[in-house]
Design a protein around this ligand. Structure first.
Ligand code: ZN
Length: 558
């Protein structure tokens, strides 16, 4: 059995054909993070791939943000699949179970943790040396703590604790467990290009958590923390970082590089994408684990693990499978679906009392399909029957919370791409929602992947292109900042300023004597201020080919 994890930084990374990309891994389970797709924007060719079955979790708040998906080969179809870590998103009958003790968190906090589309759990079967075994695969996109948003630090730690609780409960129930994905913290210093980085110190709470979570690293914590761990007894030390198990000393084994600084070219990165597994499984079944830095298209690279066990396929797809999504069960139903909208559902679900945070997906689409699903379930008595009930229930619960997000519910989103001038007039009517999701900035990482087939371009043109893109970003951003500042003077003052005067002339950096690039402070007291830095990619300070430390503010007067 082969399993892969990859933060794809947007589903458009698959634009050359998702099946081709998935096939290229030759893996049974492929877990991707940061799909940046919400359900209303998920298209059929991404959701339903020949030879695979897939399971998505979507952000229910912001669009173009977060999101994870697990693709399983049909020969490795899971027996159960569940969205989220808390169980609050799971419909009855499809839950994997084993939630553990969540009392530490309020129900609001729990909901908030599952509301950003950060986890999908699948449960598989295989025959081990001791007979039939279960394997639970927890695909996660752990939050990144924005240093300027202290509440996100808390959120991140809560997510870690919830993840640990769920993983350990699964494990003690007798299932083997793999936790994999973008963990957003690098663990030992060897996993970071700049071990002295302030974010990366021993005090980093994410690292402390990893010390708890991983086997044999708890002693790295202080005595007080150790005491706390032993008081909580069961917690800590049950999982193994499988890559380090096989490559304990390998350095410069990074999986993530800043696109903003072009640091991939100098391999100035971090290892934050992991495949953790319970100790027993690593010892008994893991054959090899490695990173794939040669695979481009995202600011992260994939990581894979080969196991000796062979998964058994479930005879039917679990209810969460995208193949069961009404919008993908048959094209002929599509048109009618979008016309049943408002009137029907508003009448049916008028008096909802429970509240789940607003959801774009459960909003229009599921409800619209009730008539269709009903037909199916009457005719064939398929599992959709149960699905229908739970969907209706879910929709009912979410109804109340549908506020502004409802404004871009399924109907609008469905037609929106037609208005997008980006769509080539090739006569191909397939909508391309991912194109429009491109418009939404990724504020979580401030980075974007390089456009196009970077493999086919020289590294120099790659820099140029990247910097151009970054500059676009910078200019776009400064424009909007100026706009908000100058809104009383009239619209787009900043924009016209930029057009009339042009951007400031970039200076030459001192070390390389090369034209600098313009950037904008994205946080802190200098938010919005522009500055010039060396255009070269960031690298180790001793690397003369990497960025020098030239820095100059742009004068405000200009
Ligand atoms: Zn320079």
């Amino acid at each position: 059995m082969k399993i892969v994890t990859w933060n794809i930084n947007g589903i458009r990374t698959f634009k050359n054909g998702i099946k081709t990309t998935l096939d290229s891994f030759d893996a049974d389970i492929i877990c991707v993070q940061e799909t940046k797709v919400t359900r209303d924007l998920l298209d059929e060719k991404t959701a339903v791939v020949d030879g695979y079955n897939s399971y998505f979790s979507f952000s229910r708040g912001r669009s173009g943000y977060s999101g994870v998906a697990t693709y399983c080969k049909d020969s490795a179809t899971p027996f159960l699949a569940e969205e989220g870590l808390t169980g609050l998103l799971a419909n009855q009958g499809e839950a994997v179970g084993c939630y553990g003790d969540q009392v530490e968190l309020s129900s609001e906090e729990l909901l908030a943790l599952d509301n950003e589309g950060r986890a999908v759990i699948t449960q598989h079967h295989f025959i081990g040396t001791d007979g039939p075994q279960k394997l639970t695969v927890i695909n996660v996109y752990c939050p990144r703590a924005d240093p300027d948003k202290p509440e996100r630090k808390q959120y991140k730690l809560q997510f870690y604790r919830l993840l640990q609780c769920r993983a350990e409960t699964m494990l003690s129930s007798g299932s083997h467990v793999i936790v994999l994905g973008d963990v957003n913290t690098s663990h030992p210093p060897i996993d970071h290009c700049d071990p002295d980085d302030a974010d990366n110190c021993e005090d980093n709470p994410g690292r402390k958590w990893l010390n708890h979570f991983l086997f044999g690293t708890a002693e790295k914590n202080t005595k007080d923390e150790l005491k706390e761990i032993s008081q909580k007894s069961a917690s800590g030390g049950k999982f193994v970082d499988s890559f380090r198990h096989f490559h304990p000393k390998r350095s410069n084994a990074f999986t993530c590089w800043s696109t903003l600084t072009g640091a991939r070219q100098t391999n100035y990165g971090t290892r934050i994408d992991y495949i953790f597994a319970d100790r027993c499984l690593v010892k008994s079944a893991f054959i090899c684990v490695d990173i794939m830095p040669e695979v481009e298209g995202s600011d992260h690279c994939p990581v894979w693990a080969q196991l000796s066990c062979t998964l058994q396929a479930s005879p039917k797809f679990p209810p969460l499978c995208t193949r069961h999504m009404p919008e993908f069960t048959g094209r002929q139903q599509k048109l009618s679906r979008f016309f049943v909208k408002v009137s029907e559902k508003d009448r049916v679900f008028k008096d909802s009392e429970e509240s789940l945070p607003g959801s774009q997906d459960t909003g229009g689409i599921l409800e619209n399909l009730n008539p269709v699903v009903q037909e199916n379930s009457v005719a064939k008595k398929r599992p959709t029957c149960r699905e229908k009930d739970t969907n209706a229930h879910k929709a009912k619960r979410s109804k109340q919370m549908k506020t502004e997000s409802n404004a871009k519910g399924s109907l609008l989103a469905f037609f929106k791409p037609k208005q997008t001038p980006l769509i080539p007039s090739s006569g191909n009517l397939s909508l391309k929602p991912t194109e429009s999701s491109q418009d939404s900035p990724d504020s979580e990482s401030d980075t974007r992947s390089c456009p196009g087939n970077v493999q086919t371009e020289t590294s120099l043109s790659m820099i140029t292109e990247m910097e151009t893109e970054n500059q676009d970003e910078v200019e776009g951003e400064s424009t909007s900042i100026d706009k908000s500042k100058d809104c009383k003077k009239g619209p787009c003052t900043g924009f016209w300023k930029a057009v009339l005067h042009g951007p400031p002339q970039p200076p030459l950096c001192e070390t390389h004597n090369e034209t600098c690039v313009l950037r904008t402070e994205k946080a802190g007291p200098n938010l919005g201020r522009q500055f010039f830095v060396c255009a070269r990619p960031q690298g180790h300070p001793s690397n003369s080919q990497a960025r020098c430390n030239f820095f100059a503010w742009v004068d405000k007067g200009k």
